[in-house]
Design a protein. Structure first.
Length: 226
């Protein structure tokens, strides 16, 4: 006779998603939740731009939306404090930056230490900041990619969780390269968020642990299922 009681299912991970633009990664997260691939609940989508199309995506999915226009604030610090208060009102366990085009203050980042993820279109630590596709083309690189990392006060410098690589072809332009990167983003961001939801990923002493063991270089590179 088996005396081990079955484990209750994990509650969905409550998240808040921050956007500034079209919200294609937000849509990938919404779709992954709807299909059952991601055990999470988006409690709110917050944008610093009132015209961000991602807000429309959220409304179509019946997700609460908030607009906090950074132009309405006198300083970066006052905006970040208002944003922090707004996020905390939804009590998320994870904050997801999905094309949120703001440099965040150290106080804000430290408030969510180990609880905030970002996605960046390069193979970090290469090409931090903006215009990464153009930088790759200018350097004649033969590969490009995308990185998901924990957010730290260093811009695009937090511990890496997962990366995906794509080839760069001789006739590539920014649009073709960006499209190839977006395809990988939409796969690996929901995957990493689900790892957090399952309790498999966490940050301890600035190191990423996967199943309570330090994440290896091999584990940091996404490999499509065979």
């Amino acid at each position: 006779m088996n005396d081990v009681s079955p484990q209750p299912p994990l509650a969905p991970l409550p998240i808040v998603v921050l956007i500034s633009g079209s919200g294609s990664n937000l849509q990938a997260i919404i779709d992954a939740i709807a299909s059952g691939q991601l055990n999470a609940e988006i409690r709110a989508v917050i944008s610093n731009r009132p015209d961000a199309y991602g807000l429309t995506r959220a409304r179509h999915a019946h997700i609460p939306v908030e607009i906090l226009n950074h132009q309405d604030f006198a300083s970066r610090e006052t905006f970040d404090q208002a944003l922090m208060d707004l996020i905390d009102s939804y009590q998320p366990k994870l904050v997801v930056l999905a094309g949120f085009m703001r440099i965040l203050t150290s106080n804000f980042v430290l408030h969510y230490s180990g609880k905030m993820l970002n996605i960046h279109p390069s193979l970090l630590p290469k090409y931090q900041g903006l215009n990464t596709h153009q930088q790759v083309l200018d350097a004649n690189d033969n590969e490009h990619g995308v990185s998901i990392h924990y957010v730290t006060p260093e811009l695009d410098g937090g511990p890496i969780i997962l990366q995906a690589k794509v080839p760069v072809f001789a006739d590539d332009d920014i649009d073709r390269l960006a499209q190839r990167i977006h395809q990988q983003e939409h796969i690996i961001y929901p995957l990493v968020i689900n790892w957090v939801a399952q309790g498999r990923i966490k940050l301890e002493n600035d190191k990423v642990l996967f199943d309570d063991k330090p994440l290896t270089a091999e584990q940091k590179l996404y490999k499509p299922p065979q």
